[in-house]
Design a protein around this ligand. Structure first.
Ligand SMILES: *[C@@H]1O[C@H](CO)[C@@H](O)[C@H](O)[C@H]1NC(C)=O
Ligand SMILES: *[C@@H]1O[C@H](CO)[C@@H](O)[C@H](O)[C@H]1NC(C)=O
Ligand SMILES: *[C@@H]1O[C@H](CO)[C@@H](O)[C@H](O)[C@H]1NC(C)=O
Length: 181
């Protein structure tokens, strides 16, 4: 009994160590600034007109540099995708040194789109809109010549701000990894 238990523990421990060593880790993103300078839903023709500038912070918390390609930011309202902006295009490589941070300043998701929503397009009582931002990235692993894909989710509460000020009540928001493969 005792032997079996300790064997089991050993196996579990080994598995745990292996998994935590091999588990690939992606870049860390957070949104440190966001506001909507336009978010109009025109009921007559079901058109959403939007302009959402974002300050996106990318952190490399690891001991090695990493390289990103083909990174896009997509915005959702009421689970409906309304717009996107390219942060790093597929032809350029963005390298971030170990333990370093960079800010993509004023990446703007803007345009208009015919859409139908289940709920009325309204801010909450504090004049914030719940907007989800998904950052899809590709990470190059040079050593093994491999490209990983991943997705990061950021659940934001974004204020309307027609005069484009950043100190408008938006709370910097950490994003979390949805998947990495
Ligand atoms: C991004 O940061 C700059 C500099 O701090 C600021 O002027 C700008 O308003 C910010 N943009 C957003 C969307 O928060
Ligand atoms: C929808 O209607 C608004 C207001 O009438 C107009 O400004 C806008 O261009 C229209 N959008 C489309 C896609 O037709
Ligand atoms: C981090 O990046 C900045 C700007 O790209 C650079 O000036 C700085 O030297 C870097 N720091 C490290 C530790 O690599």
């Amino acid at each position: 009994m005792g032997l079996c238990l300790s064997v089991c523990t050993m196996v579990a421990l080994t598995l745990f160590v292996c998994l935590s060593l091999e588990e690939p880790k992606g870049p860390e993103f957070s949104i440190n600034g966001a506001y909507l300078t336009r978010f109009n839903y025109i009921k007559t023709n079901h058109t959403l007109s939007y302009k959402l500038p974002l300050n996106i912070t990318l952190t490399n918390p690891y001991k090695d540099p990493f390289e990103l390609i083909d990174t896009q930011v997509t915005a959702y309202y009421q689970k409906e995708r309304f717009g996107l902006v390219t942060l790093i295009d597929s032809r350029t490589t963005f390298r971030l040194e170990a333990k370093n941070t960079t800010v993509f300043q004023n990446a703007v998701v803007q345009g208009w789109k015919p859409m139908v929503f289940e709920e009325p397009v309204l801010p909450n009582t504090a004049h914030f809109y719940s907007i989800d931002v998904v950052i899809a990235f590709k990470q190059k692993i040079r050593e093994i010549d491999y490209t990983m894909s991943g997705e990061i989710m950021c659940n934001l509460n974004v204020p309307l701000s027609f005069n484009e000020i950043s100190c408008n009540g938006f709370k910097p928001t950490k994003c979390f990894q949805v998947f990495l493969e």
